[in-house]
Design a protein around this ligand. Structure first.
Ligand SMILES: N[C@@H](CCC(=O)N[C@@H](CS)C(=O)NCC(=O)O)C(=O)O
Length: 204
């Protein structure tokens, strides 16, 4: 398998999951400006949507969209317990978290990356995001991981997007449950290895 990635982006999430599962894979770096891959290829030929992450199987099939990729990977090795069985109530709960992270947290940070965003709009988006962080902190106050006591694919995704708080004027120390969560997840061997492979630090 190949994982097309760019450092400091959402592709860190499937990267962490691949390492958690101990599956064999090759990392292919994408230049998100030029849409060229590090080996000189045309990334748009891999993912016409033009964004990471993209997972290419050995048979050439490509899967995109982070929440779909991490579930596909977890199902390759169900015994690792990174996702509950398909069809179970717990799996729907996982999908509820993945969708929340995708639309409210990942999507909530999105506009802040736009340097041309007017200040008033920036403040509006940031306040909206902070409300979502209030909610998350409440959930993580009661339990170490999103599903309870066990790390899962939603944690890989949430860790990935919460790292971005450090890029903006959002200090996670305001939410001790989130700061503690970032330390806890950031200490995992899979996370440390993924960050090192991407040339990153925890950033929190
Ligand atoms: N809906 C996609 C969004 C992926 C996405 O936002 N990728 C960003 C990095 S976090 C990207 O590569 N952006 C480059 C671009 O849009 O040109 C997913 O959840 O996987």
């Amino acid at each position: 398998m190949k994982l097309y990635y760019a450092p400091d982006t959402c592709s860190l999430s499937p990267h962490i999951v691949l390492r958690e599962l101990g599956l064999p894979f090759t990392l292919v770096r994408v230049n998100n400006q030029t849409k060229r891959t590090a080996d000189g290829g045309d990334f748009l030929a891999i993912n016409p949507k033009g964004y990471v992450a993209a997972l290419q199987r050995d048979d050439g099939q490509v899967l995109t969209e982070g929440p779909a990729i991490v579930q596909y990977l977890a199902d390759l090795k169900p015994e690792a317990g990174l996702a509950p069985p398909n069809g179970s109530w717990e799996r729907s709960r996982l999908q509820e978290w993945l969708n929340f992270i995708s639309t409210e947290i990942h999507g909530g940070f999105g506009p802040l990356f736009n340097r041309a965003l007017p200040q008033a709009a920036r403040e509006w988006w940031q306040a909206r995001l902070e409300k979502r962080l209030d909610y998350l902190a409440g959930a993580l106050d009661a339990q170490p991981y999103l599903a309870g006591s066990r790390f899962g694919v939603a944690d890989a995704y949430l860790y990935t997007v919460l790292r971005w708080a450090a890029f903006f004027d959002i200090s996670l120390t305001r939410w001790p449950a989130l700061a503690g969560y970032m330390s806890r997840v950031g200490e995992r061997a899979s996370v440390q290895a993924a960050l090192a492979a991407e040339g990153l630090t925890s950033g929190t």
